[in-house]
Design a protein around this ligand. Structure first.
Ligand SMILES: Nc1nc2c(c(=O)[nH]1)N[C@H]1C(S)=C(S)[C@@H](COP(=O)(O)OP(=O)(O)OC[C@H]3O[C@@H](n4cnc5c(=O)[nH]c(N)nc54)[C@H](O)[C@@H]3O)O[C@H]1N2
Ligand SMILES: Nc1nc2c(c(=O)[nH]1)N[C@H]1C(S)=C(S)[C@@H](COP(=O)(O)OP(=O)(O)OC[C@H]3O[C@@H](n4cnc5c(=O)[nH]c(N)nc54)[C@H](O)[C@@H]3O)O[C@H]1N2
Ligand SMILES: [Mo]
Length: 767
């Protein structure tokens, strides 16, 4: 009998393929040099054999007939869709030549290096940017850098470390580890982890905890799987999380439900916080948030009285609230004053095992790699650092809203080219048209991707084909364990993103060949050094290593008592004072070095567009469009071309409340216009009684790969993508967070006879 496979390769998921932030152990079944089946690895303590639909559809993704298999060069005008096959050497030569020409004429900072979300490319991509000589590394289009950065920044200011809900993920034995205790309550705040597994967090862990007895409080304007099982569901007005958190802080303080011992011993600024919170009595908060006062009080009481030992797990809408950093600060204060930091079942501090990271992200790590002088130079020139002190002090990205304007105005210095690796701005960027025009204004754009999309079609001059996780080496350390990515097969001439980045970095700086003579192999071994193991060692021991050394900084709990968090070895938190700074000295200091000032205490700010902040606009556009809730089968703009996945979610739809459907005489399944001052798009009506009647909910990232790719159609992106309507430039005072992704005002308009009813959704058009 013939075997159905020749071998199984055990590996770790990350990025290309499922698209996600990764971490799952996966098994790749290989037959005759092809992956024929993919499953979750039942022995892996991260996912215990489970795998999402995108993982299971890997074979359709890898061997898709439209996958880009070799380097391409544009021939003919941009937008015409004519590309010629070239060799890797020709492609590298072309890039080198063009980038060097730009460097001669305008300086290296005229090139922006653009990555997408949480990919593994951050580290190696900065290697290309810095060795070419540009300080400008970014997530262009992510207005306000509004994805996890604001939450990380706030936590860094207030408690000096990131923390996450404790679902036992820091122990290899997981729920069986004797040190672990379940959260009494998990507050799921503006996140739907069952769909998205975001930010180093596996969504099913919440369900694992629920099965064992944890109760839920969910803060979300829309009903979903978790809200239906929650003891408290606070269905708030989008963008008002800051007010809600301040109201809960006030109630907890006023009623004495906070943890007095922890506050006294470990917190600074409690009195000031209490005074600030008094400005947010529950009546006021209820009218801002739409959540009845009694519900807020009941949820605050339940959470606080079941603490320490309750956790808050929060999501993207916090970053995307007005002044996202400040909203994150208020929520962080909630788990601080209830004594939930780094206790079992609370918000456990999340240090990477052995402090290994694939992502040299902050200034400390960069200084380590390149020296202090280099960091100082990079920081001074980084786009946006004059306006925002936070950009100089905190992470190494440029400010994307300032960047896109600089690309268009060429002021204060020219920007002439981009390197786009793992991003699709002409689909995912807020104010898509603005980004489209900015990229069109460039002399030269390199795109590294796996498929054509609206960005490659409209702006790419050279395209390099990237490998999926199943085709390459790499490693992941976010947060536990340290684990490697092992290749199973090759597809076409596709290459590992890390290799591409290293190849180009070495072309721009031949000195790097001395440091990494074997390219990324040496780079990986150097990054893995703190584990005491090489890539090969890790592979030999099965692929991962849990950091579980008793007493180390990456093992819970109560590390602030043990003196392992701070560089000086003293007990306390990694903040200037060593305390949890409810009134943040760093926030004040970082803010003060830019043009904008930042309040050291949390406050509430009304959304950029709303009934209160823009009443005239609201009269014309009375519905709040909430964008970007995650679909389990898509990752942002990806997977619309994967048959098994598209079948689950075939149409770009808009969820509306039955009362809105009644008022506008709209039926389930009909196509409708969504409009505002920036344009209009078409969507298919889906009636959902689980959303608030004053909101509509849409997925972002839509384009239709089955339609015409050439300009002006660009796979119908202008027709269906909600980012035509989402504004930019509403970032917070820190430069991080904000924008109106969850709070864009729109109106719906019924289509009349003669208007083009539906875009040609040919293959998927049934029903
Ligand atoms: N309206 C609205 N817009 C949003 C959001 C929202 O909530 N609402 N969310 C925003 C957020 S949080 C984010 S993070 C951004 C995400 O935006 P992006 O990171 O741009 O998201 P994707 O569409 O997943 O990926 C972009 C491209 O990268 C390619 N790609 C995927 N993996 C790899 C890889 O490993 N290597 C290479 N070379 N290419 C790869 C894909 O094929 C795709 O074309 O979108 C933002 N856009
Ligand atoms: N399958 C899949 N997984 C993904 C992604 C993907 O595209 N597809 N994207 C990844 C990325 S980069 C990110 S950043 C994460 C994001 O994932 P999450 O952090 O989960 O964020 P969202 O999906 O934007 O929204 C989560 C929930 O917040 C609710 N919500 C909307 N507006 C508000 C608000 O103003 N306040 C509150 N409290 N709730 C609100 C929505 O209804 C939704 O249920 O997911 C990651 N995982
Ligand atoms: Mo994101």
């Amino acid at each position: 009998m013939r075997m159905e496979y020749d071998r199984i390769v055990n590996t770790t998921t990350w990025s290309a393929g499922p698209g996600c932030h990764g971490g799952c152990g996966a098994k790749l079944y290989v037959k005759d040099g092809r992956v024929v089946k993919v499953e979750g690895d039942e022995n892996h303590p991260w996912n215990f054999g489970r795998g999402c639909s995108r993982l299971l559809a890997m074979t359709q993704y890898m061997y898709h007939p439209e996958r880009i298999l070799w380097p391409l060069k544009r021939v003919g005008p941009r937008g015409d869709g004519n590309f010629a096959r070239i060799s890797w050497d020709e492609a590298y030569d072309l890039i080198e030549e063009n980038f060097n020409k730009i460097k001669e004429n305008y300086g290296a900072k005229a090139v922006i290096f653009i990555q997408g979300t949480g990919r593994d490319i951050g580290g190696p991509m900065s290697l290309v940017a810095y060795n070419y000589g540009s300080p400008n590394w970014s997530q262009l289009g992510l207005g306000g850098q509004a994805c996890y950065g604001p939450r990380l920044g706030a936590m860094s200011c207030i408690q000096g470390d990131t923390s996450v809900a404790d679902c036992s993920q820091f122990f290899e034995k997981r729920f069986d580890d004797p040190r672990y205790r379940l959260p009494n309550y998990i507050v799921v705040w503006g996140q739907d982890p069952t769909r998205g597994c975001p930010d180093g967090f596996y969504g099913n862990w919440i369900i694992d905890c629920m099965k064992r007895g944890s109760k839920l409080i969910v803060v979300d304007p829309r009903q979903n799987f978790l809200t239906s099982r929650a003891e408290h569901h606070l269905q708030l007005r989008p963008g008002t999380d800051g007010a809600l958190a301040l109201g809960m802080l006030g109630a907890i303080i006023e009623n004495g439900w906070y943890n007095k011992e922890f506050v006294e011993k470990w917190c600074l600024g409690f009195e000031e916080l209490a005074e600030r919170a008094r400005e947010y009595p529950l009546d006021r908060v209820a009218s801002i948030t739409w959540v009845p006062k009694e519900q807020i009080l009941a949820a605050a009481k339940a959470y606080a009285l079941a603490s320490p030992g309750s956790a808050i797990q929060w999501g993207l809408p916090i970053d995307q609230a007005p002044d996202g950093v400040i909203v994150a600060q208020a929520i962080n204060d909630l788990w601080a004053i209830t004594g939930n930091i780094d206790v079992p079942g609370g918000n456990v501090i999340a240090r990477n095992a052995y402090h290994v990271s694939a992502y040299p992200f902050d200034n400390y790590q960069l200084a380590d790699m390149y020296g202090d002088d280099f960091v100082e130079q990079v920081v001074q020139k980084r786009i946006g650092s004059d306006e925002y002190g936070w950009l100089r002090k905190w992470r190494c990205y440029i400010q994307p809203d300032v960047a896109v304007r600089q690309m268009l105005t060429q002021n204060p210095y020219p920007i002439k080219a981009t390197w786009i690796q793992t991003a699709n701005p002409v689909a995912n960027a807020a104010d898509m048209r603005l980004h489209y025009e900015a990229l069109r204004a460039m002399d030269f754009n390199v795109v590294i991707d796996l498929f054509h999309n609206p960005t490659t079609m409209s702006v790419a001059d050279v395209i390099l084909p990237a490998a999926t996780f199943a085709e390459r080496t790499g490693f992941r350390a976010w947060f536990q364990p340290v684990q490697i990515i092992s290749p199973a097969v090759n597809v076409g001439e596709c290459r590992n993103d890390w290799e591409i980045a290293m190849d180009m970095a070495q072309r721009f700086n031949p000195e790097l060949k001395k440091r990494y003579p074997n390219g990324i192999k040496d780079y990986m071994d150097w990054r893995l050094e703190p584990t005491g193991m090489t890539y090969a060692d890790l592979q030999a021991r099965g692929g991962w290593k849990w950091g579980d050394e008793e007493g180390s900084a990456w093992v819970p709990y109560k590390r602030y008592e043990r003196g392992v968090l701070r560089a000086d070895g003293k007990p306390g938190f990694r903040t200037p004072s060593g305390k949890v700074e409810l009134k943040s000295s760093q926030n004040a200091e970082w803010g003060a070095t830019g043009v904008t000032r930042v309040d050291p205490l949390p406050y509430y700010q009304e959304p950029f567009e709303s009934e209160m902040s823009t009443p005239d606009l609201f009269k014309k556009y009375p519905l709040i469009m909430v964008t970007g809730r995650r679909s389990a089968v898509f990752f942002h703009s990806e997977h619309r071309n994967i048959p098994w996945l598209r079948e689950c979610d075939p149409h770009p739809d808009v969820e509306i409340h039955p009362s809105v459907a009644r008022d506008l005489k709209l039926e389930n399944g009909e196509w409708v216009w969504i409009e505002n001052e920036r344009g209009r798009i078409r969507r298919k009506v889906k009636i959902n009684a689980g959303i608030h009647p004053k909101t509509v909910s849409v997925l972002h990232g839509w384009w239709l790969p089955e339609t015409e790719g050439r300009a002006p159609n660009l796979f119908s992106a202008w027709d269906v993508n909600c980012n035509v309507l989402v504004p930019t430039g509403a970032q917070s005072r820190t430069g991080y967070g904000g924008n109106a992704y969850k709070t864009t005002l729109v109106r719906l308009v019924k289509m009349h006879d003669g208007s083009p009813a539906a875009p040609p959704v040919s293959v998927w058009g049934r029903g």
